[in-house]
Design a protein around this ligand. Sequence first.
Ligand SMILES: Nc1ncnc2c1ncn2[C@@H]1O[C@H](COP(=O)(O)OP(=O)(O)OP(=O)(O)O)[C@@H](O)[C@H]1O
Ligand SMILES: [Mg+2]
Length: 374
Amino acid sequence: MSFLGRLFTKGGQRTIGIDFGSSELKAAQFAPSPHGPVLEHVYKVQTPANSIKDGVVTDPPLVGEALRQLISEGAFTAKRTVSAVAGPTVVVRQVTMPVMSERELRESTKYEAERFLPYSVDEAQIDAKILGKADDGQNMDVLVVAAQKDLVLSQASAIQFAGLTAGVVEVEPFAMVRAMIPADDPRFQQNIAIINVGASTTSINITKAGFVPFTRNVPIGGAAFTKAIATGLNISIDEAETMKREKAAILSQRDAAPVPPTVTRIFNVITPPLTELVTEIHKSLDYFRTRFRGEVIESVILGGGTARLSNLDAFLGHELGLPVSIANPLAQGAYNPADFPAEYLSDIGPSLIVAAGLALRDLAPVGGRMPVSA
Ligand SMILES: Nc1ncnc2c1ncn2[C@@H]1O[C@H](COP(=O)(O)OP(=O)(O)OP(=O)(O)O)[C@@H](O)[C@H]1O
Ligand SMILES: [Mg+2]
């Protein structure tokens, strides 16, 4: 198994992109074609309770079993997988080093990583890629990526239990950028915030021209809303989950129509975690604007299962003063409408923002779609 080893592949082979979510396991597979990637398979299943935390698979045989179910019900045909790492132990740095061979680089990277890793290099899976020579010809720009071995190996173990081959492991924000903003997209040259609101975590990323200069995870997501509904309405977590999907909506004083009392009650109980989430997003965007003076954030792409919470997009747009669109990464690749009704894709799409980007990774860059480097 390689870890980011083939950042820039020629590609052409089918892989399954797998997103190990704390609440749902998600997968996508595309086929190469002369006109670009074509969606072949997409599916998700529930993650067994408490078996994945921050991407770390704590029970690989159990998750392997769920993955096996996902592969069979989703009729996936590829064996090779691409998965993603994220969270506080994943470190991405662009560093300048003297010109050297790839082999020498591997050794030197360890010393380099020692300086910035918050844990021992022995516990780290480290990879490096030469991005290009610096102007002086003596030095080169190198992308160094490190993650904790436990995290990478736990996913590989689940993948093997499912009878699949653990291939490349990638960094989650890169996958989302690839899924959402191909190089021929007018937004490619703009600063775009990609926000993935999952179940336990929200990841806030700002990307421009294929780079991701800002990324941050906050521990609030859909599970906090479900918990607030369960506590506030004194019902079980399962009932609260159904209630959230069917009745929850973010209300605004601008709404003219009368609202059923249950909807108002749910809105009241989810307001505290919602406010916390929006505050964290605000803080992140403000930090970016201060850190990179003069850079303007043009718009927001909202992904993750919680993007489907009714009116979250409009509410965020109003709070942030930016246009917000809901991610539909599956609509980027071509697909046969007979296999995938558009409604199904937009329904499942937002939560596939990582899996779709992973699955597109090894396909030849066609029609301006290009691998994201940093
Ligand atoms: N229609 C809906 N309305 C509101 N919330 C929804 C809806 N559908 C799914 N969700 C929520 O989306 C979340 C799952 O999204 P997603 O699959 O992106 O999370 P995850 O990747 O498993 O979690 P994490 O990234 O935090 O580990 C759950 O909290 C679920 O309740
Ligand atoms: Mg997720």
